[in-house]
Ligand binder design. Sequence first.
Ligand SMILES: C[S@@+](CC[C@H](N)C(=O)[O-])C[C@H]1O[C@@H](n2cnc3c(N)ncnc32)[C@H](O)[C@@H]1O
Length: 227
Amino acid sequence: MSASTTEALQARLREGAAAMGLELSAPQLAQLMEFLALLQKWNKVYNLTAVRDPQEMLTHHLLDSLAAVLPLRRHLAQLAQSGAVQGRGVRLLDVGSGGGLPGVVFAICCPELDVSCVDTVGKKAAFIQQAAVALKLRNLHGLHARVETLTEAFDVVSCRAFASLPDFVVWSRSALAAPHGVWLAMKGKHPADEIAGLPADVKVFHVEQLTVPGLDAERCIVWMQPV
Ligand SMILES: C[S@@+](CC[C@H](N)C(=O)[O-])C[C@H]1O[C@@H](n2cnc3c(N)ncnc32)[C@H](O)[C@@H]1O
């Protein structure tokens, strides 16, 4: 990327974050830009995303993932207040993370959170490990596994563009900490049919509309918990 392209992207990132009311430090903005460059550089090798244009990567991947950060920060604050995770850090599992979306963005924007990105494709998990080293993110880990095989307990289990809500919760249930664990599913338009197909012991407690600057599309988070 040329210096002028990088500058223009950086300005759009800063403006997008500000439009969402998201406070990011200068080092966090720099890490997000570096992550974008890594995605661009390694996409051909690792086949991380079908999106190739850096401008589009910024809106469709970075800003789209950033839209979930304020809701996530709010949930982390509630979790801390509840005392459910006293004496340890909060752990998040990003399922089918691919090139690290939204997991890497969460790890950058929430340094107190320990983020594991799981994917069945080994080279994608390897890319996450490589990104953790390059971006000096000690709170980021790449796991090469099928989510169904995980048994470690995570306080938040997220996904974006992964599977239907019923498949997501059934496949990742063994990785959700009881009783306080929640699922955070990033979706397009309100997925009423998928919600209707959820197992009876999973409750949707909030469908949160999101606005992504520069993206003319419906977005929401479906928050769920076991009952
Ligand atoms: C469409 S991609 C989405 C990637 C990323 N979350 C994003 O928003 O760009 C779905 C990813 O899920 C992974 N995947 C599919 N089944 C899986 C499973 N059972 N466990 C873990 N990862 C899985 C695939 O390898 C793929 O990388």
